[in-house]
Design a binder for this molecule. Structure first.
Ligand code: TMP
Length: 229
């Protein structure tokens, strides 16, 4: 792969049938992203579409090391600005080493979180300037953006209860945040969905899993149809 991480990557340039599609999953803790991500991969496999399931922060050995730094509850505090830079550092590695090469090979990417998470968590949750986040996004990934984002939305108390019932103890810096933080994150996600309804599919994740899966599959069917697949 000779492209630099910031190089342009648009469907218009590559032709929709020559490159894979980039699907991202977003939502607050407890929204059920991991289960839905696996379901999306099964759906793609059923259509013989090659796909890679990955996540942020992380997704490559080096980016996973950055994940550890940014998530672990260590002795040293991380400022919101440093946290934002680390998210983009991990993202830059992930895009250059994994996402762009896979898309160029024609594979689809299913990514558990991407820049919308920075907009929601660091922008909405921590109060980082959205314009600065957009300038970092432009530098780190140029015009590469998800073709489809599945935003799994549910009330914060429900999400937190689900997340906490799965894990006995709080294990990372975000899980340790108060409900008000996640309310701001959720509000930021909902605002993004309103602003970009074509890309961001709002999924009601408070419903039973089968109903959530049906909404997700319907969104994927529409996406695949639009691509002539
Ligand atoms: P995960 O629990 O979904 O794997 O995500 C790890 C945490 O990282 C989650 O609490 C959200 C947070 N995060 C951000 O704050 N900003 C980001 O840009 C990303 C990708 C994740």
């Amino acid at each position: 792969m000779t492209e630099s991480p910031g190089a342009a990557h648009s469907p218009a340039q590559d032709g929709p049938r020559n490159r894979g599609l980039f699907i991202t999953l977003e939502g607050i803790e407890g929204a059920g992203k991991s289960t839905i991500a696996r379901r999306v991969c099964e759906w793609l496999a059923g259509r013989s579409i090659r796909a890679t399931l990955t996540r942020e922060p992380g997704g490559t050995p080096l980016a996973e090391r950055v994940r550890q730094i940014v998530l672990e509850r260590g002795e040293e505090p991380l400022s919101p600005v440093t946290e934002t830079l680390l998210m983009f550092a991990a993202r830059g590695i992930h895009i250059g080493s994994l996402i762009r090469p896979a898309l160029a090979r024609g594979e689809w990417i299913v990514c558990d979180r991407f820049t919308d998470a920075t907009r929601a968590y660091q922008g909405g949750g921590r109060g980082i300037d959205p314009a600065w986040i957009e300038s970092l996004a432009a530098q780190v990934h140029g015009d590469l953006q998800p073709d489809c984002t599945l935003l799994l939305d549910l009330p914060v108390p429900m999400g937190l209860a689900r997340a906490r019932s799965r894990k006995a103890a709080v294990t990372d810096r975000f899980e340790a945040e108060a409900q008000a933080f996640f309310e701001r994150v959720r509000a930021a996600y909902l605002e993004l969905a309103q602003r970009e309804p074509q890309r961001i599919h709002l999924i009601d994740a408070s419903r039973p899993l089968e109903a959530v899966e049906r909404q997700v599959i319907a969104a994927l069917e529409r996406l695949a149809q639009g691509e002539g697949r």
